[in-house]
Design a protein around this ligand. Structure first.
Ligand code: MRU
Length: 341
């Protein structure tokens, strides 16, 4: 199968190799991680070498594609079923992972080359969805706006253009003068590390703020809108996103600031009735107890920042009830209802 090489993306495949911009190395080092088999791609998703709902969806699709090429002829389906289970076990919350893995699995039952086509189609669709989200979302952004975002929902997280950041980057490219307030997003600091890196690359004026600074900024009128991405949107519109999103949404409502969720169709889950039905990933306590960064000399270091005798609890996502969400920015336009695409 011939596909155009897409090396500008967060994740892409060439033949049976899958390539990732290594998000664990950013912003200090730009490195590409290459995966030759589905198990390595599972490792990539699990360890967050690639992360963000759309990018892990594309990665999961490519993982099933790899499995279909690896599967021995005499136990093709058995191998494929085992691979699907392994891929689905990597991370539980983002719906895109399950949707993509299932789509490619169904094509893999026909043939590996059908799986390959489908996996590339999913990556292309995700990229295109980000572009369209950018076009619709930028219309909501006015000259002079201060925009708050949480976590990272930029090009790294959604294959190419991003979800939450696509409208922001588009508005900036249209000449609107905006300032983005970037929540650092503890514990893994996706905002301070990845969103800030992407905004700098795109030339968008931005400042990183501590996770607990948004209230003051909202009260002082610095923030005109909030846009975040999503990992899973239940049928009633309740939305799972990175831990800390809920409190920003509640604050935004209190201060009368519009709160938007930007997401591709693959994040909407019609089989999940409400936010209570969303499985929230709990991650290693060390993500809270330690912090990783770069010393002045250039060495990457991990240091403990918490009391040595204490333990931590680390839920990776929270759920924002739909009553706090002004609207969804989707590839089809700005929608309040229906929530299921
Ligand atoms: O744990 P992560 O980094 O994979 O979390 C996902 C996210 O980046 C956010 O929740 C994001 O806002 C939605 S994914 C585009």
């Amino acid at each position: 199968m011939k596909t155009k090489t897409k090396r500008n993306r967060a994740v892409w495949a060439e033949k049976h190799k899958v390539f990732f911009k290594d998000q664990t190395k950013l912003p200090f080092k730009e490195e590409i991680f290459v995966s030759n088999d589905y198990k390595t791609t599972c490792f990539v998703i699990k360890t967050m070498i690639t992360r963000g709902a759309g990018s892990i969806g594309a990665a999961a699709g490519f993982a099933v594609m790899q499995a279909s090429f690896e599967a021995p002829e005499n136990e093709y389906e058995f191998f494929l079923n085992k691979a699907l289970k392994d891929i689905e076990a990597t991370r539980p919350t983002a719906r895109d992972l399950f949707a993509a893995a299932k789509r490619v699995y169904e094509k893999a039952l026909i043939s590996p080359s059908e799986a390959e086509k489908e996996a590339h189609k999913i990556a292309d669709e995700t990229a295109e969805a980000g572009k369209r989200i950018g076009e619709f979302g930028s219309k909501l952004i006015k000259d002079g706006f201060g925009i708050l975002t949480h976590c990272n929902a930029g090009p790294l997280a959604i294959v190419e253009y991003g979800s939450a950041l696509a409208p922001v980057i588009k508005a900036h490219n249209e000449g609107k003068k905006i300032t983005v307030y970037v929540d650092e997003t503890r514990p893994r600091n996706q905002g301070a590390k990845l969103t800030a890196w992407e905004l700098e690359k795109a030339g968008v004026p931005h400042v990183i703020i501590a996770d607990n600074a948004a209230g003051l900024l909202m009260m002082r009128g610095k923030i005109n809108m909030v846009i975040t991405g999503a990992d899973r949107i239940a049928a009633n519109g309740d939305t799972a996103n990175k831990i800390g999103t809920l409190e920003k949404a509640v604050l935004a409502k209190e201060f009368g600031i519009p709160f938007y969720i930007a997401a591709p169709n693959s994040t909407f889950d019609k089989n999940c009735p409400t936010g209570n039905d969303i499985d929230i990933e709990e991650r290693d306590e060390n993500e809270v107890l330690y912090i990783e960064g770069k010393e002045n000399g250039g060495t990457t270091v991990k240091v403990r920042i918490a009391n040595p005798g204490s333990r931590a609890y680390n839920p990776a996502f929270d759920v924002t009830p739909v009553k706090y969400i002004t609207a969804f920015i989707t590839p089809e336009g700005i929608k309040k209802e229906p929530f299921v695409q």
